[in-house]
Design a binder for this molecule. Sequence first.
Ligand code: GDP
Ligand code: IMO
Ligand code: MG
Length: 423
Amino acid sequence: MAVDLLLGLQWGDEGKGKIVDVLTNNYNIIARFQGGPNAGHTLEFDGIKHVLHTIPSGIFHDDAINVVGNGVVIDPVIFKKELDNLAQFDIDIQPRLLISRKAHLILPTHRLLDAASEASKGKAKIGSTLKGIGPTYMDKTGRNGLRVGDLELDNWKSKYRALANKHEAMIGFYNVDIQYDLNELETEFFDAIKTLKSLNFIDSEEYLHNAQLSGKKILAEGAQGSMLDIDFGTYPYVTSSNTTAAGACTGLGVAPGRIGSVIGIFKAYATRVGSGPFPTELFDEDGETMAKVGNEFGATTGRPRRCGWLDLVALKYAVQINGVTELMMMKADVLSGFKTIKVCTAYQYQGKEIEHLPYNIESENVKPVYTTLPGWKKDLTTLTSAKELPESLNEYIAFLEKKLEVPIKIVSVGPDRLQTIYR
Ligand code: GDP
Ligand code: IMO
Ligand code: MG
């Protein structure tokens, strides 16, 4: 059986959590392949909203196994909080949640280093979620990291100590004012490690290989979005992992030839949280309406998300890099009531109109070129079938499908599981 991928195609927060939860009915295993608690994946059903950071979004389904893959970075403290939150829902977590031994651990000092690095950058800061993501992946590629599997060895605490000591010296190097009480942070960390150790650690690449051989259906859940990819995103304003399709191969140990459908999801408009270029960003009433109606506040940090029109130049690029085979459009309901809908179909760049993503998309370099389409008034949030979609929305969808050359299979019209329309 092939492994299907679900990826965000923009700057994150496209609605991955909601869709993974909806799609879990069709899969036996949901496997997160990269990122860490910088992610905030929201699911809603039965009137309850859940936000997951590290735990895959299939966790609420009795018959699905959730795997945290080797490409993920885990903060035991945040992970424990996630588990504590789930405790009230009577879920038998242990058999359902498996952790890769090769996943790296976020230490308290990684979080401090993230804060020190951001503080030292001043205005040029990345706008990191301050969850220690960058420093942890730096230790991974620098071959210094502490992994989940190390917790099964007797000497893990001395490995921890050596790394934390080094981090403390590095924090000093930044020469910024970071207040912390390492003893307190470590007490919390070691306590959380105990909780982490109560779960089953696995060799996830082997587990997923055997699952495929026995015909299990696997969905790989991405975090962040393609424009935050360490290689292909708006560097340096990106995260520190490969958020694109190839990240699923390295983040789970799945061979490229084993990948089946590549499901790309995008909002009907665009948002970004944190710093960095965003060519279609709006600073007017339209942007404010999107933020308000779409409730655009970060699920992890609570920061307001920047909003703008859909950027087809960037989206096409993401479809290409990922080899997207089907699309899902999220938050279509948020655009109800706009008289007209704009879509960026090209950039003005060095005196020419271009349709590919240039090296630098800072606002002084590119100006979006828009196509304007008619809007629709109809409230979409109570619709249940594609037949009920308003004509102008169908026109919008047809326009996007033609430009992207990939079918849009799902239109999401609200945060709830049930507000999902299949086409
Ligand atoms: P993720 O990081 O990709 O999982 O997305 P987030 O959970 O960070 O952000 C998406 C937000 O939009 C969440 O608050 C969801 O509950 C909400 N959401 C998802 N789909 C829809 C939709 O179709 N319409 C509306 N109005 N909200 C949605
Ligand atoms: P999900 O999975 C939106 C952004 C941060 C910052 C940059 C780097 O919920 O879509 P980091 O903490 O990784 O060093 O931050 O990336 N960012 C996200 N933006 N959704 C996310 O995850 C994000 N994870 C990181 O705001 O600009
Ligand atoms: Mg999110």
